[in-house]
Design a protein. Structure first.
Length: 175
């Protein structure tokens, strides 16, 4: 019964990603060079919202979440320490995938993975790589275009399939 109630709640996946050059010599890891930090929220497996953030501190991440995610939602994140304050904000259901231990889906909770938002970040990085260098002043526009394309990809393919089916059906009934 508890699992049925949990399925009624919207699952929201959160993740941060770094956009920029592949490797900048000097600073390894999260603080690497001149990378742009993008925080993403994925709701109901298909709708993505992104925001450029200054850093990945707890205060910044929690401020980006506040007001955009319903308190009754089931929150799914990776093991990053900045998500520690979600329970203090009122989010009662928070599950983690600990990538450090090689865990990409929690075995204890069915459906606990963040592949949707990580998939969007991969899609956006691949799409922006076509433009070679994206100017910092236009990065947000490119990011929001990727967000819009990702959010509407399912309905666009459905529309094109249904319109081609109607054309085929109409052509077969012509005398």
């Amino acid at each position: 019964m508890a699992e049925a109630c949990e399925l009624d709640r919207p699952h929201v996946k959160l993740d941060e990603s770094y956009f920029g050059p592949r490797r900048v010599k000097g600073k390894p890891g999260r603080g690497a060079g001149s990378k742009t930090i993008v925080f993403g929220i994925c709701k109901r497996h298909v709708k993505v919202y992104t925001e450029i953030v200054e850093d990945c501190s707890k205060h910044t991440i929690l401020a980006a979440i506040r007001g955009k995610v319903d308190l009754r939602s089931v929150i799914l994140t990776d093991g990053f320490k900045s998500y520690d304050g979600l329970a203090d904000m009122g989010y009662k259901k928070h599950f983690r995938c600990d990538h450090v231990r090689g865990e990409f889906s929690s075995r204890s909770t069915r459906g606990n993975y963040i592949n949707d938002i990580e998939g969007f970040c991969g899609y956006a990085k691949t799409r922006m790589a076509r433009f070679r260098e994206v100017h910092p002043h236009t990065f947000l526009l490119h990011l929001k275009e990727c967000e819009s394309r990702f959010n509407h990809k399912i309905s666009a393919s459905t529309i094109s399939c249904s319109s081609s089916a109607e054309t085929t059906r109409a052509a077969s009934h012509d005398p």
